[in-house]
Design a protein around this ligand. Sequence first.
Ligand code: HEC
Ligand code: HEC
Ligand code: HEC
Ligand code: HEC
Length: 189
Amino acid sequence: MKKLILLLLSLASILVIGQEAKPEYVGSKKCKICHSKAEVGAQYSKWANGPHAGSLETLKTDASKAIAKKMGIKVAPEKAPECLVCHVTGWGSASGYQLEVDPLNKKAVKKNAALEAVGCESCHGAGSLYKSKKKMIAIADGTVKGETLGLTNINEKTCTTCHNSDSPTYKPFDYAVRVKEVAHPAPEK
Ligand code: HEC
Ligand code: HEC
Ligand code: HEC
Ligand code: HEC
């Protein structure tokens, strides 16, 4: 019996560790806590005033309705997977943006609201494993590789998952030019 319990316990811990090893989306508000101050580069306000923060709102405009109608989409664009895939954070992932959230689950409602745009994690990767201060500093120091905790090495491909000809309003995408338009570097030390 004791052996069986031990076996079950070790199986349970494998399951728990297995789950922990998978990064989940947490929403841009979580990044805001540490990435707001001018001393660190005010990444949050730069993003909030940049082209991505209103990407779900864009789907509610008349222009979007016209595009969706032309494509034969029967639901409102802000409810259409065909549009959401590039206009919110983590569409299609269990921890990403959801159309339906239990209204009584305040935590889930809050998180979903923080995923209502192309957010930090659309480019940097789901943040649950790297967002602690300790991990962030270890990554910045180079003691831990960001990729092992879900932090993406951003390159052109990061952007062209959305900036491609599947976008009904596609404009040719020149990475070197466009990346400057969304830059939010830390100030020189
Ligand atoms: C608890 C505070 C905290 C939170 C929350 C946090 N960060 Fe950080 N982050 C830091 C610190 C501290 C650094 C290191 C800054 C330095 O020393 O240059 C950092 C560094 C980074 C870096 C640069 C890493 C490198 O390679 O040098 C990126 C990118 C980043 N954070 C993105 C994010 C994103 C995206 C989120 C939200 C999912 C987030 N952070 C949440 C504190 C935080
Ligand atoms: C998850 C999808 C997604 C990713 C990833 C993404 N974008 Fe975007 N981007 C969008 C959407 C959607 C818009 C349009 C938002 C709107 O008009 O509301 C946009 C708009 C822009 C704009 C302003 C409009 C334009 O085309 O000139 C720039 C600049 C831009 N993105 C740069 C980038 C860069 C650089 C990267 C990669 C580092 C990137 N984006 C990654 C979805 C994405
Ligand atoms: C459109 C894609 C995109 C979005 C959205 C985005 N970033 Fe970035 N971020 C980049 C790129 C590109 C770089 C520069 C290359 C790199 O460091 O990987 C960068 C760099 C950073 C750095 C390192 C700055 C430095 O100079 O060391 C931090 C910190 C950061 N981002 C935080 C955030 C936070 C917080 C958000 C959301 C509020 C966010 N980013 C949203 C693309 C993005
Ligand atoms: C493959 C990713 C992708 C899909 C799918 C997508 N979009 Fe977008 N959307 C973008 C990007 C990237 C931009 C930024 C401009 C560009 O390059 O198209 C954008 C910009 C827009 C804009 C602003 C146009 C402008 O000129 O600034 C509207 C409106 C829009 N999208 C509506 C929609 C609607 C409606 C759907 C669904 C029928 C949709 N999008 C599906 C990626 C996408």
